[in-house]
Design a protein around this ligand. Structure first.
Ligand code: FES
Length: 124
């Protein structure tokens, strides 16, 4: 796969933070209208900090690499910091994605933000 950066290949081959958090404080699920792939994020939040972030992605390699990177970027951040992570930032962190795979990066930060919003709604 010559079009993928080393970082994408690394996160695809060894995704970090895969799985579910059974007692998650927030869950966010998004689907990609372009290809129908699905991504779910789980967050554990304590004292305004994302203590744990996990994901399940039914999608292409780029989507898995994006999820893994988002989870890594978000872990240990405050809610405010995590909400500032954008899909574009994730693509940059991964060393770029091929143009026809940019749509895959659109799921990651969205799913994370949804999970945080889910937590915020529940704790209201
Ligand atoms: Fe569906 Fe990449 S092809 S997320």
């Amino acid at each position: 796969m010559p079009f993928y950066s080393e970082k994408v290949m690394d996160h695809f081959s060894n995704p970090r933070n895969v799985g579910e958090i059974p007692d998650a404080d927030g869950i966010g699920e998004v689907g990609n209208p372009v290809c129908g792939d699905m991504m779910t994020f789980y967050v554990k939040i304590k004292d305004n900090v994302l203590e744990d972030v996990k994901f399940k992605t039914f999608g292409c390699g780029a989507a898995i690499a994006v999820s893994s990177m988002v989870a890594e970027m978000a872990k240990g951040k405050t809610i405010e910091e995590a909400m500032k992570i954008t899909n574009a930032m994730v693509a940059v962190e991964l060393g770029g994605l091929p143009p026809n795979k940019m749509h895959c990066s659109n799921l990651g930060a969205d799913a994370l933000h949804k999970a945080i919003e889910n937590y915020q709604q529940k704790s209201k």
